[in-house]
Design a protein around this ligand. Structure first.
Ligand code: ATP
Length: 363
């Protein structure tokens, strides 16, 4: 399947720039999630790849073929939208067959084989004769995927397909998408504002903000190593802690209350400057009793997250921190806990952009 290359792509609506001089490659046989807050330009970018929106400037290539000005039907793409468009009076199998009927070169037996293949991948063979109206929203979206992939298109585009699906059915639907990607090896671009969905599904995530791509990396790399404070804040639940600290003008060391000794000057920093320090709440370990190297912190607030984790708001020195912990680890803790943190979890930012990770303690 071809890769998708987007070069200096811009889309303006009047004076408003929805997508700004954007460059990105969606590699072949890969699932790329476009992730970002509402209004950042995800859908506009996807619609330009589909041919549903004309770029103001820039190019889109599928492999070596420039498609920027081609209509959607000449691009050999399949699309799955938030609201699947289907024929409620036809069965699941008939709905999947509909787009195949356009291809006069396909025999009835070939159509049958394609339908069976898709139903098998989606584990829906037992629902082949069911009517669309009998299905829940998640199953209807699976049929929509079936319709899109049965044509054996090169590229599959998804626009927030789980938005209207019940929470309990979302994971099953995402598993079905993953299976489609694994078996059919299509190049998939998937728009979502749901970070869990993106982390579960993507080979790479393109994090978008204000019409631009902030960072494009595999999920773990993006999570562990955000290039910007925005990435640290947007990913994670809750996002990173951000603390402002000065690099000592005399020694070049940086003293963080979270550590019992100062850190060596971060790479790329200058003595006397004030940096933002980013640390993920789950990277900090909270202990009920003192352990070597840990520092004391005062509990300001505690709550339970959706995943059953304990979320603490803590005061350590002049810093206020969020820390996520296993509740059992801290059973019986009082208003004081003890914190330790691996050095590699500490990231330094200047003007919102990462400059380096913490490397070592000062001598
Ligand atoms: P959401 O998740 O809310 O759909 P998104 O990241 O997909 O957000 P887009 O739908 O691409 O965002 O919209 C990007 C910006 O462009 C928004 O501010 C939106 O209001 C604007 N926009 C999109 N389509 C049009 C249009 N046809 N005319 C004018 N403005 C538009």
């Amino acid at each position: 399947m071809p890769d998708i290359r987007v070069e200096r792509l811009t889309k303006k609506f009047g004076a408003f720039v929805a997508v700004r001089e954007l460059d990105i490659t969606f590699p072949e046989n890969t699932v790329t999630c476009l992730l970002g807050p509402s209004g950042c330009g995800k859908t506009t970018l996807l619609r330009m790849i589909a041919g549903l929106e004309t770029p103001t400037s820039g190019r889109i290539l599928f492999g070596e073929r420039e498609v920027s000005q081609l209509p959607p039907r000449k691009r050999n793409i399949g699309m799955v939208f938030q609201y699947p468009v289907m024929y409620p009076t036809l069965s699941v199998a008939e709905n999947i067959e509909r787009p195949l009927l356009m291809d006069r070169a396909l025999s009835a037996a070939e159509r049958r084989a394609r339908i069976d293949e898709v139903l098998d991948i989606l584990q829906m063979a037992d629902l082949a004769q069911a009517f669309i109206g009998e299905l829940d929203a998640g199953s209807r979206q699976k049929v929509a995927v079936g319709r899109a992939v049965a044509r054996h298109c090169d590229i599959l585009l998804f626009d927030e397909p789980t938005t209207n699906v019940e929470v309990n059915n979302k994971l099953q639907l995402i598993r079905a998408f993953k299976e489609v990607a694994r078996r059919l090896k299509q190049s998939i671009v998937y728009v979502t504002h749901d970070q869990t969905e993106a982390m579960t599904l993507a080979d790479q995530i393109a994090l978008m903000r204000d019409g631009e791509i902030e960072q494009c990396e595999p999920p773990r790399a993006l999570y562990n190593d955000p290039l910007t404070e925005f990435g640290g804040w947007f990913l994670g639940n809750p996002g990173m802690n951000f603390l402002r600290h000065e690099v000592s003008p005399d020694s070049g060391r940086i003293a963080l209350p979270l550590f019992d000794r100062p850190l060596a000057m971060p790479e790329g920093a200058a003595p006397g400057e004030i940096l933002t320090v980013g640390i993920r709440p789950e990277a900090i370990e909270a202990h009920a009793a003192a352990v070597p190297g840990a520092v004391a912190a005062r509990v300001l607030n505690r709550s339970i997250t959706i995943g059953g984790q304990l979320l603490l708001k803590l005061r350590v020195g002049e810093d206020t921190l969020k820390v996520k912990s296993d509740p059992e680890r801290l059973a019986g803790h009082g208003d004081q806990v003890y914190l330790s943190c691996p050095l590699e979890a500490v990231i330094f930012f200047r003007h919102g952009r990462r400059i380096s990770h913490a490397a070592a303690f000062a001598d």
